[in-house]
Ligand binder design. Structure first.
Ligand code: SIN
Length: 356
C-alpha cells in the first residue's frame, strides 16, 4: 500500500486548495507509518485498506450502499481487503474530498455529480438541467447508456476512474414559506451543492443561490444563514433538514446521482484478482443502491408528511408548466458553461421514446 500511495501523490496534478498542505502532511505521515508496518514480518498478511468517504449518513441510500460494498468486498476478497467507510463528512467535506482522492489520502468517494467541476469535468452539470429527466425510467436509461458512459470516460483524463452511478432520486425544494410559483423564490438564499447550472437556474428564478458544504446545511438553515434548500427526501430526513423548513414543494426538477470514483492509478495498481472481486462487489452494491433509492425517498417523503410539521405542496400540472417554462431558458444559457453539444446529446437521449 505504501508504494501505491506514494506513487499516486507523485503522478497527480491538482488545482490548489486550502487543505492541500494539511493533506500532504497527513499523507507523508501515513506513508511513513505504512512503510514501517510493511517492513515488519506481518507485511505479507496485512490487508489492503481502502478508505471510502462520503457525506451522507449510514441511513441514506448511498450510506447503505457503501456498507453493502464493504460487506461484499471483504467477503469476496476473503479479508485481503479492508474497507473503511467514513460517512457523514467525518473524514472529508465536499470541498476537500476530491483533492484527497487525487492525493491518495482516500481511495473511494461517491460525490453528487454536480460537484465535479473542480476536477475539470463541468460537463457533468448537464445532469442538473431542470426537468431534463421526465421520470425515473428515463434517468435510468440515460445514465446506463451513452450519456453516463461518455461522462465516465471524461473522468479518466483526470486520473479518476468511475466505478458506477448511484441513484438518489429527484430534488424537492424548500423554504420557510410556500413555494407555489417561481416568483416565490425571489430574494431567497437557497443552498446549492456546487453546480453552476443549479446556480444559473435559481438565479433566473430571482433567488440568491449559495454554495455550501452538505455538512453545514442543517446549521445554516437553522440559523437563517440560508432560507432554503433543494435536495432529495432522504437527504432531508437523514439530516433532519425538514425540522428546520416549514414548506416543501415536490418540484422534482433535478435528479441527484452520485458517481462512485476511485484514483485510477490506485485501482489499476491493485492485484488483478483483488480488483476483479472489488469490481464484482461494486457492481452488486450499485444494483443494491439503485434498487432502494426510489422507495427510500418515497418513504422519507411520507415520513415528513406524517410529522405534520412541514407543509408539503404537490404542484398541479398547471403549476408545473409555469415552473418548467420559467426554467427553460437555462438550456440556452448553460451552453457557454457545458457546451451545446453536451446539452444536445443529453436531450437526444432523454427525449427519445423508450424502446422497450
Ligand atoms: C449527497 O447526497 O451526497 C449530498 C448532496 C448535497 O450536497 O446536496
Amino acid at each position: 500500500m505504501a508504494t501505491h500511495i506514494t506513487g499516486i501523490q507523485d503522478q497527480i496534478v491538482i488545482p490548489g486548495g486550502k487543505h492541500m498542505r494539511q493533506l500532504k502532511v497527513a499523507l507523508g505521515i501515513a506513508t511513513l507509518v505504512a512503510g514501517f508496518v510493511m517492513a515488519g514480518p506481518a507485511a505479507a498478511q496485512a490487508p489492503i485498506v481502502i478508505k471510502f468517504s462520503h457525506v451522507v449518513t449510514d441511513a441514506a441510500p448511498k450510506g447503505k450502499a457503501a456498507l453493502k460494498f464493504k460487506e461484499l468486498a471483504e467477503k469476496y476478497t476473503s479479508g485481503r481487503v479492508r474497507i473503511e467507510v467514513y460517512p457523514n463528512s467525518t473524514l472529508y467535506k465536499d470541498a476537500e474530498e476530491l483533492e484527497a482522492l487525487q492525493l491518495g489520502a482516500v481511495q473511494i468517494l461517491a460525490p453528487a455529480t454536480g460537484k465535479f467541476a473542480p476536477l475539470g469535468v463541468k460537463q457533468f452539470e448537464v445532469l442538473d438541467l431542470p426537468f431534463l429527466f421526465p421520470d425515473q425510467a428515463t434517468y435510468d436509461r440515460a445514465i446506463n447508456g451513452s450519456l453516463g458512459q461518455g461522462l465516465s470516460k471524461r473522468l479518466e483524463t483526470k486520473g479518476v476512474r468511475g466505478l458506477g452511478f448511484w441513484d438518489n432520486g429527484f430534488y424537492v425544494i424548500s423554504a420557510n414559506k410556500p413555494l407555489l410559483q417561481p416568483s416565490d423564490l425571489q430574494g431567497l438564499k437557497i443552498r446549492i451543492s456546487g453546480s453552476k447550472v443549479d446556480d444559473q437556474t435559481l438565479r433566473l428564478m430571482g433567488a440568491n443561490p449559495q454554495i455550501m458544504a452538505f455538512s453545514e446545511l442543517y446549521q445554516a438553515l437553522q440559523s437563517g444563514v440560508v432560507d432554503g434548500a433543494q435536495n432529495t427526501a432522504t437527504n432531508y430526513t437523514t439530516q433532519k433538514l425538514n425540522e428546520v423548513q416549514k414548506n416543501i414543494t415536490t418540484l422534482y426538477h433535478v435528479h441527484l446521482q452520485y458517481a462512485v470514483i476511485t484514483n485510477k492509478k490506485f485501482w489499476d495498481g491493485l492485484p488483478v484478482d483483488i480488483r476483479t472481486e472489488l469490481d464484482r462487489a461494486m457492481a452488486e452494491a450499485t444494483v443494491y443502491n439503485n434498487s432502494i433509492s426510489v422507495d427510500d425517498n418515497a418513504r422519507a417523503l411520507a415520513a415528513i408528511r406524517a410529522t405534520g410539521k412541514t407543509d408539503i405542496h404537490d404542484p398541479t400540472p398547471a403549476e408545473m408548466k409555469v415552473w418548467r417554462d420559467a426554467m427553460q431558458p437555462i438550456y440556452k444559457s448553460a451552453e457557454s458553461r457545458i457546451g451545446k453539444d453536451m446539452i444536445d446529446e443529453a436531450l437526444k437521449v432523454t427525449r427519445a421514446p423508450a424502446t422497450n
